[in-house]
Design a protein around this ligand. Sequence first.
Ligand code: NDP
Length: 285
Amino acid sequence: MAKILEGKEFATAIKENVRKKVEEIKEKYKISPALAVIIVGNNPASEVYVRNKHKACEDLGIVSKVIELSESVSKDELLAKIDELNGDKNIHGILVQLPLPEGIVKSESEILNRIDPKKDVDGFHPVNVGKMVTGENALLPCTPAGCIRMMELAGIEIEGKNAVVIGRSNIVGKPMLHLLLQKNATVTLCHSKTKNLKEMTKQADILVAAVGKPKFVTADMVKEGAVVIDVGINRIAPKKLVGDVDFDAVKEVAGFITPVPGGVGLLTVAMLMENVVRAFELQGV
Ligand code: NDP
């Protein structure tokens, strides 16, 4: 029976550390780190995510500015807003909540790349991606960085382990590969064209699922005693979220497992808070 890695426990530890740093910054510089979140349109899931980020900021003494733009905003108007925030000395972190509405979604890269890399608290800017790949000091993407931090805080050794990541998105799967590699794991990245997926996952000491399909990882895909990190968030009924892992069956095989909800998602917000403080430090005063 696996040990359940409760996100709340680790997220609280990370946030308490952020709270202390924010207090030190306020004491020393008489200014609070500040995050600006741009939300475009009325996607209900995005509204919940933005509210959670806002609450976390308020709780930790970080200034939170939520900028709501209408669904019909043009790409140029959004870019102008980002330029304004880039130039605002009182804003230290900027993020544009995804997904963008249909009208501007094709410009997503251009929009995200407009954010000053030093304020890019989502870690999506190519400058930060490049630094992450080469192992330089970068703002790291929150979800994969949160998965690594959770394992470290739980005392799980990564070095020398076989890690398998399912999913190769730019926001989860690919950065997960690089961060595991930096921690000296031997990493295999699987995706929808991977042949014999089960043979791969059965080799994993650490298995990360970032697929977006409910209960995709079944018990027969998991090695006895493996660490199973479930990044997936899938809504299967109005009030029911499940991960990418068949939790009830896999917890009988795995050594460690993250629940959904209550797992990786909480770490994502905590790491975002940490990134706001890191962004403040990167910018200097
Ligand atoms: P994407 O849809 O961008 O990527 C999904 C990946 O899964 C793709 O690389 C795809 O492969 C792969 N995939 C799909 N089907 C299969 C299959 N049958 N076998 C193997 N691989 C497959 O999703 P994201 O990475 O953005 O998100 C993944 C999940 O994580 C979602 O549920 C999302 O909601 C959740 N999420 C959770 C966060 C959190 O804070 N906990 C934050 C971000 C995301 P291919 O590239 O070949 O199409």
